[in-house]
Design a protein around this ligand. Structure first.
Ligand code: GAL
Length: 426
């Protein structure tokens, strides 16, 4: 029996997907880090929760709230448990958790794989079970897990995968102990050791890059990175492109400067590439434009598609030769499948207005010899029928997000032609 169990454990340990039933589609919610850094407390959290509710974002699907770094005291208590900072949370975190639940939002945890969090608060290395107990007692069931102050090699004798497996194992053990679903687990090792290859074995998502910034160069560079890793995202495990910067124009030091067009491109890419959609701006004084971008139901519907978990993928890079990485000019022509039609995302990565052109059949998801109705996911209108190709102009760093649906055979005057003309015979 013992031998049998050991074999089973080995097999489980090497299975490709964790697939423990949680985290099927991307999480949607809020994280304190981009808007506040360390400078938040119970009232600011509640104010954001109320703003999420008031602006309709809870109804749109944003339902978790990650207390990122800095919620605890710097020292654990005598029995090794973390203590919530009483100045920041005068009534304790469970009370806040309850208030957020009443708004339709669940608090979520931030922790760290090492001795300290990145801002120097207690890390969970060696305290995994205790910290899970604490977070659970705070009403949390989602964990973002950072990678600062990790123990030296001789201590763990593990690489990145092994170090992160400690918490993944603790999550499984804790779930078994309390007879509840496991915590949803998001790795934050900044793409250092190709987590898109192994992350799925132990988690529901993994950051693919360092910290996002509210500038176009940061957004373009993350899209470029993701254009080589889109294949890793699907149900139960996905690339995490980081907390959104939508709304942070004019905020921060130095101030963010995303234009309206850039903010739309940012949100479109995150949604259609099936990244988590995690708000990172002060919603209490957000503009209607910000709320409308974050609340784009057409894009959210694709992000949360219950039947198709894949990301869109590039079919042509555009400015760059295909398959060449360029953080300033990521791939521009993308498409993919969804339950609602064939999805296209076209980005103008240049600083001037450009004419964008593509043949529909450049996308694998399009049938040749057919015509397609075109729905624009930003104007929320049908824009007629496309035959063979589409051409339109886009402003600098602008985006077009389209949903195409089969509208019957192509017109008869095109009979006998081939979009893919090599080896085509009439
Ligand atoms: C970084 C992480 C950020 C934020 C920050 C907190 O490592 O990438 O998203 O969590 O730590 O200190």
């Amino acid at each position: 029996m013992a031998i049998l169990f050991a074999c089973f454990a080995t097999l489980v340990g090497h299975s490709i997907a964790l697939n423990n039933g949680v985290g099927k589609v991307p999480p949607m919610g809020y994280d304190t880090f981009n808007a506040y850094g360390c400078d938040y407390n119970a009232s600011s959290v509640l104010a954001q929760g109320e703003a999420m509710k008031r602006t309709g974002l809870v109804d749109a699907g944003y339902n978790i709230f990650i207390l990122d770094d800095c919620y605890a005291l710097k020292e654990r208590n005598a029995t090794g448990y973390m203590v919530a900072d009483p100045k920041k949370f005068p009534n304790g975190i469970p009370a806040l958790s309850k208030q957020m639940n009443d708004l339709g939002i669940s608090l979520a945890a931030y922790g760290d794989n090492g001795y300290y969090t990145c801002a120097g608060y207690p890390g969970s290395y060696g305290h995994e079970m205790k910290d899970l107990e604490t977070w659970h007692s705070w009403g949390m069931s989602y964990l973002k897990y950072d990678n600062c102050y990790i123990p030296a090699d001789n201590i763990t004798q593990e690489n990145m995968f092994g170090r992160y497996t400690r918490m993944s194992d603790a999550i499984a053990a804790f779930a078994a102990k309390i007879h509840r679903p496991p915590f949803i687990f998001y790795l934050c090792e900044w793409g250092w050791q190709q987590p898109w290859i192994w992350g799925r074995r132990i988690s529901q998502g993994w950051r693919i890059d360092g910290d996002i910034k509210p500038y176009w160069s940061a957004i373009a560079s993350i899209i470029d990175q993701a254009s080589f890793q889109y294949w890793a995202s699907d149900f139960y495990g996905r690339n995490d492109m980081d907390i959104l910067e939508v709304g942070n124009t004019g905020q921060g030091t130095p101030p963010g400067n995303l234009t309206y067009e850039e903010s739309k491109t940012h949100f479109t890419a995150w949604a259609l590439m099936k990244s988590p959609l995690i708000i990172g701006t002060d919603l209490t004084n957000a503009t209607q434009e910000t709320i409308d971008i974050l609340g784009n139901r057409d894009l959210i519907k694709i992000n949360q598609d219950p039947h198709v978990g894949e990301s869109i993928s590039p079919f042509r890079w555009g400015v760059n030769p295909d398959y060449v990485s360029n953080p300033d000019h990521p791939a521009e022509y993308w498409s993919g499948n969804s339950s609602y039609g064939v999805v296209f995302m076209i980005i103008n990565s240049q600083n001037t207005e450009q004419t964008m052109f593509f043949n529909l059949t450049e996308s694998w998801a399009i049938r040749a010899g057919r015509q397609y109705s075109v729905y624009d996911m930003w104007t929320h209108t049908y824009e007629g029928v496309a035959v063979w190709n589409l051409t339109f102009s886009l402003p600098p760093h602008g985006v077009r997000a389209l949903l195409l649906n089969d509208a019957g055979p192509q017109p008869a005057n095109l009979d006998g032609t081939c979009a893919f003309y090599y080896q085509c015979s009439v």
